[in-house]
Design a protein around this ligand. Sequence first.
Ligand code: G3P
Length: 215
Amino acid sequence: MKFFIDTANLDEIREAASIGILDGVTTNPTLISREKGEPKEIFKAICEIVDGPVSAEAVSLDWEGMVKEGRELAKIHSNIVVKIPMTKDGLKAVKQLAEEGIRTNVTLIFSPIQALLAARAGASFVSPFVGRLDDIATEGMQLVEQIQQIFENYDITTEIIVASIRHTMHVVETALIGADIATIPFKVIEQMMKHPLTDKGIDSFLKDWEQVKNR
Ligand code: G3P
């Protein structure tokens, strides 16, 4: 399973890259709004840190606008993947961009049939949002299972990015299902490394080592 980070914060991206686990980055307009600077410059800086897919979202609602934005975003760096919302116009834009060799990540996927449509239109990635489904008392990971099953049934090569991850169990479940990618907030990446027994073990080893040092 590949690990992406879900942030536009350069410090967080550098830190995640430094532990050797980072395969890509996803951003969205909300994440960009939390950072300073021009979006284009932020995307460029991210692409210089991470050698993998970097999702940058188009904000037009009409397909011609999305295609225009997509072409501009793709010019920033070869790592850029254009994030397109799951709408009818979005699908038209995905088809056009795919024909031009521009990779897309169809976002805001909340049903398995939306994922199948996006894949058939030519998306390189689909992003089911698990946390937002959990928020409304619907099992988000069940959606991922269904998409995984459908893609397996038809040998679909579109990769599944499990998005809107809120906690470590979402990541564990992503791996158990066998989805391609989990895009994870920095806070959750930090939580993934932690275990109280690890901390306890280090404490007791260091305490015992003090006795060895005093011999
Ligand atoms: O990748 C999509 C993600 O950023 C959405 O997360 O927590 O706003 O639902 P959240």
